[in-house]
Design a protein around this ligand. Sequence first.
Ligand code: FES
Length: 216
Amino acid sequence: MSSTTSNGHDQPDGASRRDFLGLVTGAFAAIGTAAVAWSLIDSMNPAADVIAAGAPMDIDVGKIEPGQQIIVRWRGMPILFVNRTAEMVATLKNKADEARLADPGSAVEQQPAYAKNWHRSVKPELAVLVGICTHLGCLPEYLPKPDPTEPVTNWPGGYLCPCHGSKYDLAGRVYQNVPAPYNLPVPPYHFLDPKTVRVGQNPAGVSFSLSGVVQL
Ligand code: FES
């Protein structure tokens, strides 16, 4: 027996999307860099009842090392922040890789208008993504430089979902011919200053909510 998700994909018996999400968010501590990052930013988080209410959160992105990813829990979701190096940003413009993406121009509404660009973010050097695979909700693994001895076919690195092998680039753009149908969502956010991002709040005058994306 299986149930069907909103995007028409089957998922195992009795496992709701919320169950999957609970599993992946509970797995934070098992992720090396993320575990360090979690302790780094945990003290900045508002009280639990504020988080539960979905209030915006301010993140000090100035502490993220070049190439490093940190993960923050917001509204129970893993929000990924990557300080992309110039080399990583350059990979997003590789035409050969772009040709293998399912939605290189972010035509599907998986992001706010201010992230509908080639780097899917406000600033090219900082990625802000919801870390929920658009197939069945696992947490994609951050692999900016995959093991060269075990290369994944036609994939230079980015995010690899351990559940069924979906591949994304460093902007959360999904590759063709994988189970995941859509790019990773981008949450509402804006910069309060060059080192501080407020997640959960759009820039002034913009209206966007994750409730409006095609697949979360
Ligand atoms: S949950 Fe199936 S590939 Fe990610």
